[in-house]
Design a protein. Sequence first.
Length: 48
Amino acid sequence: MRYEDRIVEVLGEARGRRIMIRSIHADGTERRTAVKLNSLRPLEAQLF
């Protein structure tokens, strides 16, 4: 999934309509955050 300018991994449901995500920030730190479900967007089709 995509959250703002980051690609994130969805870890599971939090409380209410929030989802737990894991993201790596530009400085290399890993963070786990609860975000609203409607803030997430699917990744575009791409080749790796």
